[in-house]
Write a protein that binds this ligand. Structure first.
Ligand code: ADP
Ligand code: MG
Length: 333
């Protein structure tokens, strides 16, 4: 297993020396949460306010992890999955919101993004761990369980029901919703300048301490020393997904963690996708779509919703939406 962060934050400390940096009001903390590293950076009026905001942000993510982790018996999501085909389960308002947001992206992408992909994710994880790949028969058996239309959302009763026994919801592609919640929390606390980084996703709120936009470098998927673009971002959400972030090699073929619900197999063709927008709950799931529908259709959807994208295909071709140019770092005159 290989894990690398595809987005890099450049020149976090605008000050010239480390000494002056440590006196600044920019504060940062990293913690392992949800099986990944979470880094929260804040520009705060006082150190106490900054520390408190970071702690509150981390606590919020841990609360969500307890609710949405597939690996916790006590999580809401586990309760819903266990009751698949049997009964509706009462869940929190946040759980209703996250599933609703996921289904909107499913409709937008004709089912390319589908949180009921769980049975396929589990099957692939299990077989790859054993040093094998699933057989076509095994795939054919679980594929009919994947269909977001079989999630029944009752907003009034605040319940979720998975219609078929064996269905599994997997919210691994919806971490952007959590980043949105943390961003809201920061603003409520009067922190308008911050970076919330959850694995390949970053909420860039406001600006850096010196008043300039945050600078985020998008790495080349195969060459970590090459940067595809350096983006000046302010009040923007950026999400990267790549086949290099989490993959294993079997018989010299690369298998990664984005599954095409139509074939039941890891997607092919696109090796990296970065989307930029203003809502994590929309941008994070949509980042997976170009992998499945390809660069052209992926870009069409990105344009339709007014987002921006950088997509790289397996031949190394780089596709950039129109607005990326304006986001590229302004060179100092
Ligand atoms: P990371 O876990 O590094 O943030 P991604 O943002 O690329 O990675 O999300 C990948 C996760 O999305 C997978 O681990 C799985 O949980 C989920 N997933 C994979 N394929 C799909 C799909 N077609 N639709 C919805 N979710 C998916
Ligand atoms: Mg992600």
């Amino acid at each position: 297993m290989h894990h690398r962060i595809a987005l890099i934050v450049l020149f976090l400390c605008a000050a010239l020396s480390a000494a002056s940096c440590s006196r600044s009001r920019t504060m940062q903390k990293t913690e392992p949460i949800m099986g990944t590293n979470v880094t929260i950076t804040v520009v705060a009026p006082t150190a106490a306010q900054g520390e408190a905001a970071i702690e509150a942000g981390m606590a919020e993510l841990k609360r969500f992890d307890a609710m949405m982790s597939l690996y916790k018996d006590s999580s809401e999501i586990t309760a819903v999955n266990k009751a698949a085909g049997k009964r509706a389960v009462k869940v929190s308002r946040e759980m209703i919101e996250i599933v609703t947001a996921a289904n909107e992206v499913s409709m937008l992408s004709k089912g390319a993004f589908d949180i009921t992909v769980g049975p396929l994710v589990v099957l692939w994880q299990m077989r790859l761990k054993e040093g094998a790949v699933p057989t076509d028969k095994e795939i054919a058996r679980v594929r009919p369980l994947v269909n977001y239309r079989n999630i029944v959302i009752d907003r009034k009763a605040s319940t979720l029901f998975l219609k078929k026994q064996g269905m599994i919801m997997d919210l691994g592609g919806m971490k952007g919703y959590l980043a949105d919640r943390v961003a809201d929390l920061m603003r409520k606390r009067g922190i308008n300048n911050a970076l919330i980084a959850v694995a390949g996703d970053i909420w860039a709120l406001g600006r850096r301490e010196d008043g300039t936009p945050w600078k985020i470098g998008v790495q080349h998927p195969r060459d970590k020393d090459t940067v595809l673009a350096v983006l000046d971002l302010s009040d923007r959400y950026v999400s990267t997904s790549g086949d290099y972030e989490r993959f294993v090699i079997r018989e010299s073929k690369r298998y990664h963690h984005i599954i095409d619900p139509r074939t039941g197999k890891p997607s092919k063709g696109v090796i990296s996708s970065t989307l930029i927008g203003t809502k994590g709950a929309l941008i994070d799931p949509l980042t997976k779509v170009p992998f499945i529908l390809g660069p052209d259709q992926g870009m069409q959807i990105v344009n339709r919703i007014g987002a921006e994208a950088i997509i790289v295909d397996e031949d190394g071709r780089v596709f950039m939406s129109k607005g990326i140019k304006d986001m590229q770092e302004q060179q100092a005159q």
